[in-house]
Design a protein around this ligand. Sequence first.
Ligand SMILES: [Zn+2]
Length: 334
Amino acid sequence: MDRYKIIEKIKTHKGIIDGHSHIGVNYKNYLSYSYPYCLSFEDLVVRMKYLGISYSVIFSMDSSYYTVEPEASKEIKTNEVFSKFPYEIENQSMLKEIYEVFPEYSDMALPFVLFDPSRKTSEQAELLEELHKRYPLFGLKTIPTYIHAFVNDLETKGSPILDFAVRHDLPITFHSSYYKGDPWASVFDIIKFAEKHAEIRICLAHSARFVKSVLERASKLENCFVDLSAFHIHCILAQQKSLAIPPSGERIEADYSDPSSVMDKIVSNYPDTIIWGSDTPYNYFIQKYYDINGNLIDTSLKSSFDMEMKILKNLSEDKISKITYKNTLKYLFG
Ligand SMILES: [Zn+2]
């Protein structure tokens, strides 16, 4: 499959783009009775066809580089039993699955490679360079919370990866956090990074946790987008007054018991900034993890496989077209 042929097809065949999904395995989640823990590309395609999604941005899940333990642990330990550096196996495995096992579906996939901004970044960048020659790649993604790595490291320790992204004009999606016990993926660090780096397109995942000041700042930038991934469970968190979401006054004021109305409001306020993403299968989040203070956070957020689409479908045709196609194309290809 040729990267330019895929881009050409997306630009000429309009369809719903899911800007945020995962395939692969989360070893830790499976061993600790957590959910979700896996999804194959073939199964993602079945869901896409059922729900009417034409293309999906796809990331893998976790990396065997981080010690796999049946319990959540306070510190992230690394080991080189299975891979020599972060996401070594997982990025390759995802691309092989998409382009070699299921080439017949590969023009529905927009794979993004995962990276760790803090550890073994030259080794990661070297492999990414090689993979970029072998397979169509469409962007990068990082989940700093899972691996206790700081967003800001991308400018220092992570510069080989940042250089790789800039050199190939690939956008970067950041998992984001507001919770004070999770300083790794701080929405405030990500928006600052986007403001400093006009040369690269940035996406803040998870509606930037509904932080009003961050959404305002993102909307003023040409290079910055915000995805709505796992929207349903984020609305539940807001209703629960979870510390993961800012309190009233600091967040978008809306009726969080009615997710479609919240989505409609955000899209109306920031029409050129928002892109839709389901976070399949992480639109469920049932797991335990430690925050920076050593507190065990036990989360159990349920949704359903079609909930993100149901919420989206209550928006007007015009808004749906903006956030599932027009804005997404701008994020992906500039
Ligand atoms: Zn995700």
